[in-house]
Design a protein around this ligand. Sequence first.
Ligand SMILES: Nc1nc2c(ncn2[C@@H]2O[C@H](COP(=O)(O)OP(=O)(O)OP(=O)(O)O)[C@@H](O)[C@H]2O)c(=O)[nH]1
Ligand SMILES: [Mg+2]
Length: 463
Amino acid sequence: MKNNLYDTIAAVSTPHGEGGISVIRVSGMKAFEIVSGIFSKSKTDFKPFNFEDAESHTIHFGYIFENGKIADEVLASVFKNPNSYTGEDVIELSSHGGTFVTQKILINVLSAGARHAEPGEYTKRAFLNRRIDLSQAEAVADLIKAKTEEAHRSSVNQLEGSLSDYVSKVRDELITTTALVELELDFADEDVEFAKKEEIKTQTDHIISSLKEIIASYISGKVIREGINVVIAGKPNSGKSSLFNSLLKSERAIVSEISGTTRDYIEENLIIGGVLFNLTDTAGLRTTEDIIETEGIKRSYGKIESADLVLFLIDSSQDEHSVKKDFDYYINNFNSPKTILVFSKTDISGQKKFSFAEDSIYTSINDAASILNLKNEMVRIATLGTIPVSSGAIILTNLRHKICLEKTVKALLNVQESIDNKMSGEFLSVDLRNAMNALGEITGEITNDDILNHIFAKFCIGK
Ligand SMILES: Nc1nc2c(ncn2[C@@H]2O[C@H](COP(=O)(O)OP(=O)(O)OP(=O)(O)O)[C@@H](O)[C@H]2O)c(=O)[nH]1
Ligand SMILES: [Mg+2]
């Protein structure tokens, strides 16, 4: 991605397709000049409107002219630097929605001297102009992609700067300590101690434990952002597709009394209790001569392996001997903390619970309460071992941030080790600086072009 801040950039910032309105965003030093060249408040003939004279944060009704003819009527919102999203002069043109009109206006803006923006370039400029820091820029990308209430809340939190504030605070503490350690090096001959080693140990202990707490929140970050992969598995006819449909409240998968109905896996998303589940229905597990079904079963095993959570179904309406056989198969092959054992079709079996599996989940697609009970169990297991999502708490949702925090912890552990081994101040200074740099990478104080390009390329155009 080119980094030329002197270019004025333009792009359609609303999604592609038909809608009530579309917004074309123009940002940069020549934003006002460029739009002035095609925007007129007069309908009858083109009289350029001078946006330089307009107040910031005002809206102007007018017309975009193309070859002396009106292309569309628009509202132009004016934002003067530094009080705009990018920190530059910005005009947002709200036009009638629809791909054709929008593209027409964009083309006119581009011919008037703007360059088409690259993905994430507006947000990148906001970062380069110090409107937001790097972790906040990443939060913008997450916010756009947020599919659940929790994901939305955690990105807003990050956008408001909770992670950045924390990182800056720790970094400031470390700067003071490093300064004292390095000052001591200047007075090496005089045997003075500016930075008490015991105090550095207490301070780093404290920082390490709070960093570890934040690192631990990463699991729930993944849960929030990407969702939990749940696979419904079991013997043919155990009721997998019926349960899949019942959880989704739709007739998505084909259900029949014929064993081997589902040949390939089917996936759908589902949000329960604020947690995103990526639900997969699979082909029933059995040995068969049918090559298509065999391939389906192979895929089932693949899905099961990579799942975060497996719902293993046993048809409770079978005779007890068959149920026991299925149960033994489950114990030998599936019994793990990531599996929930579910007995299906309790409406046929008459709510009977089996002595060998009394604590398992019992469901019937004809009993809404039993499905709700299963849903609650899914949420419980999905959020197990993760720190509860309370508003205000910092939650890591970004792998890059996690790696930076881990690097910080490692450097601080080295600091402690050097103190224990009575190493000289030079060693402490190097590791303290490593810790500060790792923290600086999160907010973008320490960064390189590769990282920046990688981050902003993931945005959509117009953001
Ligand atoms: N009464 C009752 N019937 C059920 C229930 N769940 C499933 N069934 C029936 O059991 C039969 C098999 O259901 P499916 O959902 O197709 O089973 P499956 O596990 O997906 O089967 P395969 O795709 O062949 O592996 C169908 O006739 C369903 O109507 C239930 O809770 N109660
Ligand atoms: Mg099925």
